[in-house]
Design a protein around this ligand. Structure first.
Ligand code: ZN
Length: 377
């Protein structure tokens, strides 16, 4: 077994530029709807619905405030910034608008398929029912897809329904996800503070999803270590891991430069469990010390099923092409590796197999082939 081999490719090594990173077709599996609202929209919706608590009503100041609030090397502090985006997403029109703009923004950045997640239980403060919330968001995605396609940037957006791991509504939320499975919802997730809230607290919800042959991804191994990953996979039936960076705690570097994988890390690699890695978010929450030291480099070298994601575009001040540029700057990521990561993500998506294949064969591969040939935009 050669642990350090990288993807062998016949394509030339092309360095990424911001232009190439944006033009290249991309797939996004881990992005929070309430973490990607346009700052101007937060302010407009606050005025429209009389939300009084924004720290500022200046667009640039609000962007800076969010980024400052997020970059405090602590997951719990990071999560506090969401009070304001969630605060203005309590009505049908605001949820639809945010979802539509999300689809348009991702499409303009070159994302061709996205799974965007949100927690319906956080959007019922003004009296909406859980079903109203999901319906409003799905309608927004459809509208955003239409507008993006008309602008020449086709995108497919699917939803993941998140239950808050710190609350006790996960069964209800799992039932909700199942009710909308044929209308654009493709999976179930749990999110929120990880320490003290292991995924096994929500076994009933995961059992229900599994009995119905639906899909599960779990935020695990972000702020908390191997036990969280172990439970997510072994008990809860997670098919993908949100972040999963702490899997490196189960990998030892040996003096000869090779690596020894523990039982859990072997399992994750053998089973091709997709890791939804979010480099910028990890640097901000302290899950990684820097881009240079981010475990994604080692995990790519060891051929784990790595994918690259944004997590929260507003709080982290990033787009998906920015994330790829950060990896290019920190570790020399090239266009062929970007294609490998993108195909990894598409293979790991929760939409149906025929749709995934179609996107890989008709959109992703031809899109990269064009860039390798150096075709003009
Ligand atoms: Zn997340």
């Amino acid at each position: 077994m050669s642990n350090t081999s990288v993807a062998h490719v016949s394509t030339p090594l092309i360095a990424l530029t911001p232009e190439l990173a944006r033009r290249a077709p991309k797939v996004l599996l881990h992005d929070h709807l309430d973490g990607g609202v346009r700052p101007a929209t937060v302010i407009e919706l606050a005025l429209e619905h009389g939300y009084p608590d924004l720290p500022t009503t200046d667009v640039d100041d609000l962007s800076a405030w969010m980024l400052r609030g997020a970059n405090r090397r602590n997951l719990e502090l990071y999560l506090q910034t969401f009070a304001h985006t969630v605060g203005v997403m309590q009505h049908v029109d605001s949820l639809s608008r945010v979802a539509s703009e999300c689809a348009q923004d991702l499409a303009a950045d070159g994302v061709v398929y996205a799974e965007v997640r949100f927690a319906p239980e956080l959007h019922v403060e003004a009296g909406l029912g859980l079903d109203d919330v999901v319906r409003a968001v799905l309608a927004g995605f459809r509208e955003g897809e239409r507008i993006a396609a008309a602008a020449g940037h086709p995108i497919t957006v699917r939803a993941l329904i998140t239950a808050m791991r710190t609350a006790a509504r996960s069964v209800e939320i799992a039932e909700l996800a199942l009710r909308f499975r044929d209308q654009g919802v493709v999976g179930f997730d749990i999110a929120g503070a990880e320490a003290g809230y292991p995924p096994s607290r929500h076994m009933d919800a995961f059992d229900l999803i599994r009995r119905e042959h639906f899909h599960i991804t779990i935020h695990a191994g972000e702020a908390f270590g191997l036990p969280s990953i172990s439970e997510a996979l072994g008990w809860c039936g997670a098919e993908r891991l949100g972040h999963g960076v702490r899997i490196v705690d189960d990998i030892d570097a040996l003096p000869d430069g090779s690596h020894r994988l523990g039982r859990l890390a072997e399992y994750v690699r053998d089973r091709r469990v997709p890791l939804e890695m979010c480099p910028t978010s990890n640097v901000h929450t302290g899950a990684a010390t820097s881009y240079e030291d981010h475990p994604i480099r080692l995990l790519m070298d060891l051929r784990f099923r790595v994918t690259v994601n944004t997590d929260n575009r507003l709080m982290s001040g990033v787009s998906l092409s920015d994330e790829f540029m950060h990896l290019s700057d920190a570790m020399g990521l090239t266009l062929d590796r970007m294609q490998w990561l993108t195909v990894n993500a598409m293979k790991s998506a929760f939409n149906h197999f025929d749709e995934r294949l179609e996107l890989i064969d008709r959109v992703i591969k031809p899109g990269y082939a064009e860039l390798f040939r150096g075709d003009p935009a």
